[in-house]
Design a binder for this molecule. Structure first.
Ligand code: SPD
Length: 410
């Protein structure tokens, strides 16, 4: 079999769910393909597994079996009106951000076919919706993006006569600054944006953003930054001693100089492959979100996640329903389902993020190893150096857009 046939077969196996993305990456690395080629193949695999946005007219393929099944009796809560459930639901989520078995369980129980597409940043999500993608029923914006979407009147008020499982959410995570009455959002998962590095190559004592922004020579072309403008600019601002939502020209000029000087060291800006590149050894250090850091450390124990001494972002992602959602009642029922303690617990264990679901922890559905991991649930002294990204308004956003484009295209 030629290498091309082999790769085609692996891609097919991956798309059919018979080969994990990590195993696919491992096999591709064995063929000694270049990093850009591997990136293209993974992107191609991802595109096929996440078809184009539904426009309402041409829905994408289902992500799991269960189409058209009658819901199993007694497993849908009695407060859900079955006669109002649609046969399909379109979920627009971050990649690697739900246990696929949970989608299958929802489909089998509720008789609703779930189609999931994925995105890589809040800005991509916003652009997609503003570009006219009107078929999505449930989306997962982060904190500041919820503020932006509320201001743009893009979100539907949630129906708490259906989402009764809101009662399982920790009051500490409710009533956030971006949606003080949770009118439009229910917390899904939360985490931090620090960095992971390979201790076997770089030693045990890394602690500062300096390692990424003014790196040592041996990590040239081995640094990966998130492909996320608020995260990268925010981290640079914190390294320079500014507040994460700073937009003054003076501060942003310094950020720009720092990011341009860093660029020769950067292998890739990627929020979806940063973990894979670390595991494959192509990268030695990567800006990364908690869950992706923990999952990659399971595969390569020499990886360590750091919340830098200068501080980093803390964020909370949320389940929301766009105003344009075609299946609003079903969307509310799906959000209710995701907040069941058993489901939320299983999900958090699988994707390895902090869960706002207090009942899931209290009822033993979240692994003790997770609950006791300070990288997932940071101790109070670490909390002091975490900052929330906030909407910086039109002018601030324009400045960030410009800076980010200048850095990416340099
Ligand atoms: N692997 C998906 C992780 C989703 C993380 N969302 C984080 C947003 C932080 N600004």
């Amino acid at each position: 079999m030629s290498p091309k046939d082999l790769v085609d077969r692996w891609l097919q196996d991956h798309q059919r769910g018979r080969l994990s993305r990590r195993e696919l990456l491992r096999r591709l690395s064995l063929l000694s393909l270049s990093v850009p080629t591997i990136g293209t193949l993974l992107a191609c695999a991802r595109t096929t597994e996440s078809p184009t946005a539904p426009s309402g007219a041409t829905p994408a393929a289902p992500t799991a079996p269960g189409e058209g099944r009658t819901p199993a009796a007694g497993t849908i809560p009695e407060y859900i009106d079955r006669s109002k459930l649609d046969k399909e639901l379109h979920f627009y989520n971050w990649s690697d951000y739900i246990d696929p078995a949970i989608l299958t369980e929802f489909q089998d129980t509720y008789g609703v076919k779930v189609t999931m597409d994925t995105y890589a940043s809040n800005e991509d999500l916003l652009a997609k919706l503003q570009g006219g993608a009107s078929g999505y029923d449930v989306i997962v914006p982060s904190d500041y993006m919820v503020s932006i979407m509320i201001n743009l009147r893009m979100l539907e008020p949630l129906d708490y006569s259906v989402i009764k499982t809101i009662a399982n959410i920790d009051p500490e995570n409710l009533k956030p600054y971006y949606d003080p009455d949770n009118t439009y959002s229910v917390p899904y998962m939360w985490g931090t944006s620090g960095y992971s590095y390979d201790t076997s190559a770089l030693g045990d004592d890394l602690s500062s953003w300096k390692e990424l922004f003014e790196p040592r020579p041996e990590v040239r072309k081995k640094v990966v930054m998130l492909d996320d403008q608020r995260e990268v600019i925010g981290a640079a601002l914190m390294y320079l001693g500014y507040e994460i939502n700073e937009t003054s020209d003076e501060a942003l000029a310094k950020v720009k100089a720092l990011l341009l000087a860093q660029k020769p060291y950067v292998l890739a800006y990627s929020s979806q492959n940063n973990d894979d590149l670390l595991v494959a050894g192509e990268a030695l250090i990567a800006h990364i979100w908690t869950g992706d850091a923990l999952l990659s450390a399971q595969e390569k124990p020499s990886l360590r996640y750091i919340i830098p001494v200068e501080g980093c972002t803390v964020w909370q992602d949320n389940l929301c329903v766009p105003k344009t959602a075609p299946h609003k009642y079903t969307a509310m029922a799906f959000i209710d389902f995701l907040n069941r303690p058993d489901i939320a617990g299983r999900n958090a264990n699988y994707i390895m993020y902090g869960s706002p679901n207090k009942a899931a922890g209290a009822q033993g559905f979240i692994d003790q190893a997770m609950l006791q991991n300070p990288a997932v649930y940071p101790p109070p002294e670490v909390w002091k150096r975490l900052q929330w990204i906030k909407d910086v308004g039109e002018e601030g956003t324009l400045k960030h857009d410009r800076l980010w484009t200048e850095v990416k295209t340099a």
